[in-house]
Design a protein around this ligand. Structure first.
Ligand code: FES
Length: 107
């Protein structure tokens, strides 16, 4: 089951803005608006905990600022670098009445 938690107004994150980082259930989550589509990934590189929101974004690919691992923000998939084959967790995002919600899986 997925529970959605309110982050705030979707208007506050425009296409091309720096990602916003929120704490959800003791994890930092980076939320991106890429060409009007919202994506959320854990803000923690699977190599050595680098802050992905501080990395360089090219298209939908973020490069970790610490050692350069690259991840697809849409899927969390690791593409290259020292993170090996460990993908970064993603979160569902939904917009309702201009409010941005993040989905958290519950057991
Ligand atoms: S912490 Fe991200 S590549 Fe090392």
């Amino acid at each position: 089951m997925t529970e959605f938690l309110l982050v705030g107004s979707a208007d506050e994150l425009k296409p091309g803005d720096e990602p916003i980082v929120v704490e959800i259930n003791r994890r930092w989550v980076a939320i991106y608006n890429i060409d009007g589509q919202f994506y959320a990934i854990e803000d923690r590189c699977t190599h050595d905990d680098g802050p992905l929101a501080e990395g360089t974004l090219k298209g939908c690919i973020v490069e970790c600022p610490r050692h350069g691992a690259r991840f697809d923000v849409r899927t969390g998939k690791v593409l290259s670098g020292p993170a090996g084959t460990v993908d970064v967790p993603t979160y569902q995002v939904k917009i309702e009445n201009d409010q941005l919600w993040i989905g958290v899986k519950r057991a």
